[in-house]
Design a binder for this molecule. Structure first.
Ligand SMILES: Nc1ncnc2c1ncn2[C@@H]1O[C@H](COP(=O)(O)OP(=O)(O)O)[C@@H](O)[C@H]1O
Ligand SMILES: O=C(OP(=O)(O)O)[C@H](O)COP(=O)(O)O
Length: 397
């Protein structure tokens, strides 16, 4: 970590400190359902506040196209203030006069949370004018959002070029923990990739298959691979435009000697809700009006069997819609099998991702794995050996 400036190097007293954090947390019924990402940023926020800095938090939530109340960070304020045991001042935008006034009015040591940076298109395009507008409200920039460091956005990358930039404590801890656990992974290595962010993660798999010996695919990602094999998957979550990419990845895996495991059976339902009527079917037995919502028992058995043969596991993305029982079955069963091997000293297992962490907590194994990262996509890109823009910008700063 000597490659970065950290909070040890920053003179924080009396400074307006723009702190990029990841508050893209899972929600259920309008409440934060897993606070891991919040808990991990507390040390950085408290340290800056305790050293007399004004903490100005920047974060995104969801993938809004413009301002959209459904994706307002206001809904995260109660959970953040509760975890901090300190008040949080919410500001309705992340640039402009109102922000400048609120920051000027705040006392040293106070904490402000600015509205979703993605309400402005300039965040994702890393627009220099938007970077300038964000920078206008800070003297220093701290990046503590490792889980968003694979994005070259204004708030994750651009700011590091225009303000004195520092790595936050979570950024430091994540990079150190991943390096310690996975820099020279014991082979064979297995990756599990599931979840819903098919389009953003599918591309990563082309490189990942060159780094791992077995790739088990679940969730919406598996549906896309099944569709690529010509399996009729009904109304299942699937990126039909990407079946060509899925085929290419399968070929790359073959050439690299990486075995791909796809579900052979599935839990299917007609409604996306907890405890609907459901069936267990072979993957080629899905009716046109049904959705695959979890991997079935034969698929679980195959993954658990393969787990016995590997020494390292990296995992991002649940096998099913684990928030809706019984579609948590595969994720929980595999998580428990992983934890058992880690506890027996037979496996190094690192799991990461906003929802994956929630799934590990739901399975009751988060403390039994080698390491749980807040990052999903960023963790997979780190695993591929790709430079992460948010990290590289700190290195150069
Ligand atoms: N078969 C499926 N159909 C619909 N949603 C699914 C399916 N499998 C998993 N999911 C959803 O994927 C989400 C997590 O995906 P993702 O955001 O990619 O993971 P992470 O946040 O850990 O990186 C969960 O909310 C889960 O409900
Ligand atoms: O939740 C996140 O990533 P993850 O789902 O890979 O864990 C990050 O906040 C990044 O969000 P994005 O994938 O919308 O850029």
């Amino acid at each position: 970590m000597s490659a970065f400036r950290t909070l040890d190097d920053a003179d924080l007293a009396g400074k307006r400190v723009l702190v990029r954090v990841d508050l893209n947390v899972p929600m259920e019924d309008g409440k934060v359902s897993d606070t891991t990402r919040i808990d991990r940023i507390l040390p950085t926020i408290r340290e800056i506040a305790d050293k007399g800095g004004k903490v100005v938090l920047l974060a995104h939530f969801g993938r809004p196209k413009g301002r959209d109340e459904k994706n307002s960070l206001r809904q995260v304020v109660p959970a953040l203030a509760h975890a901090l045991e300190r008040p949080v001042i919410f500001v309705d935008d992340c640039i402009g006069d109102d922000v400048a006034k609120a920051v000027a009015a705040a006392k040293n040591g106070e904490i402000l949370l600015l509205e979703n940076t993605r309400f402005h298109a300039g965040d994702e395009t890393n627009d220099p004018d938007f970077v300038k507008a964000l920078a206008a409200n800070g003297d220093l920039y701290v990046n503590d959002a490792f889980s968003a460091a694979h994005r070259a956005h204004a708030s994750t990358e651009g700011l590091a070029h225009v303000l004195p930039a520092y790595a936050g404590r979570t950024m430091q801890a994540e990079l150190e923990a991943l390096a310690a656990g996975l820099d020279n992974p014991a082979r064979p290595v297995m990756a599990i990739v599931g979840g819903a962010k098919v389009s953003t993660k599918l591309d990563l798999l082309g490189n990942l298959v060159k780094k791992v010996d077995i790739l088990a695919i679940g969730g919406g990602m598996a549906n896309t691979f099944l569709a690529a094999r010509g399996v009729a998957i009904g109304k299942s979550l699937c990126e039909h435009d990407l079946v060509g990419t899925a085929r290419e990845i399968a070929e790359k895996a073959k050439a690299a000697g990486c075995a791909i495991l796809l579900p052979v059976d599935a839990l299917v339902a007609r409604e996306f809700k907890a405890h609907p009527g459901y069936r267990v079917v072979p993957v080629d037995g899905v009716e046109p009006d049904e959705m695959i919502l979890d991997a079935g028992p034969l698929s679980i058995a195959e993954v658990v069997l393969r787990l016995e043969t590997v020494k390292t596991l990296v995992w991002n993305g649940p096998f099913g819609a684990f928030e809706l029982p019984p579609f948590d079955t595969a994720t929980v069963a595999v998580a428990k099998a992983v934890a058992k091997r880690v506890q027996a000293g037979e496996l190094v297992a690192v799991a990461g991702g906003g929802d994956t962490v929630a799934a590990m907590n739901h399975a009751g194994v988060a403390d039994e794995l080698t390491y749980v990262s807040t990052a999903g996509g960023a963790f997979l890109e780190w695993m591929e050996g790709k430079p992460l823009p948010g990290v590289e910008a700190l290195r150069q700063a």
